[in-house]
Design a protein around this ligand. Structure first.
Ligand SMILES: [Zn+2]
Length: 229
């Protein structure tokens, strides 16, 4: 190779930026550039719905999932591995069965349970309901989930955690019963627990737009207050 070509090749290499992931558009109508797969992290999680191949997300969401998995193993050692459902498709976009999960900032996670049973990664759907006849089932471990939710809220990029109405009700009752309604982190966590239908099998974690992702459509900040009344 001629020297001039070598210099040109080196120049191209040195100016190629590291590909950062980018969330584009909104959670319900968006896409994802340079996504990262949670499986490539080597994080110890239990990934469900393997056949759907929705392993992908922004670097930020994979950071949060990995940190949360490490947190559970270290701080809640009695709990099962974090069971992760859908994140997003490799390039984002429409995600059948979901209204969102389009720009790599949403992830579904199974509530931590007393049974610690891991669901089959090859099952086509969630195989446990945590709300029956409008009431949270006894298999949901409130203490462990609250610990995990508090951790997620302190990571900052987590803006919302969608849960079933019956589940939020139990968390509010638990906080009141244990005199936690004056504790700032508990209140902030309850505030970010957002009631949403179709979350009786899992909770849904949503990150805010990364500052550097200029084409990401921001969602309004969560209103103040615990939302328990
Ligand atoms: Zn979801």
């Amino acid at each position: 190779m001629k020297l001039s070509r070598i210099i040109l090749a080196l120049a191209v290499i040195s100016t190629t930026p590291v590909m950062a992931s980018e969330a584009i558009g909104s959670y319900s109508s968006g896409k994802l550039k340079n996504s990262e797969s949670i499986l490539e992290r080597g994080t110890r999680i239990h990934k469900l719905f393997l056949a759907r191949k929705r392993f992908f997300g922004t670097v930020q969401i994979q950071d949060v999932i990995s940190d949360a998995a490490d947190f559970v193993r270290q701080e809640i050692p009695d709990a099962e591995l974090l069971q992760i459902g859908d994140i997003a498709n490799e390039h984002g976009g429409a995600c059948a069965g979901h209204g969102s999960h389009q720009n790599g900032l949403d992830a579904d996670i199974v509530y931590l349970t007393n049974s610690k049973r891991l669901q089959s990664p090859t099952a086509p759907h969630w195989d446990e309901e945590f709300v029956k006849n409008g009431k949270m089932t006894a298999n949901v471990n409130i203490e462990r989930n609250l610990k995990l939710f508090k951790f997620l809220v302190t990571t900052q990029p987590v803006q919302r955690i969608f849960v079933d109405a019956a589940i939020k009700k139990e968390f509010c009752a638990y906080a009141k019963k244990n005199n936690l309604m004056n504790d700032q982190l508990t209140l902030e966590t309850l505030r970010r627990l957002r009631v949403e239908k179709l979350h009786s099998t899992h909770f849904h974690m949503r990150l805010k737009c990364p500052e550097e992702d200029l084409a990401c459509k921001k969602q309004a900040e969560v209103p103040l207050g615990s939302g328990c009344n």
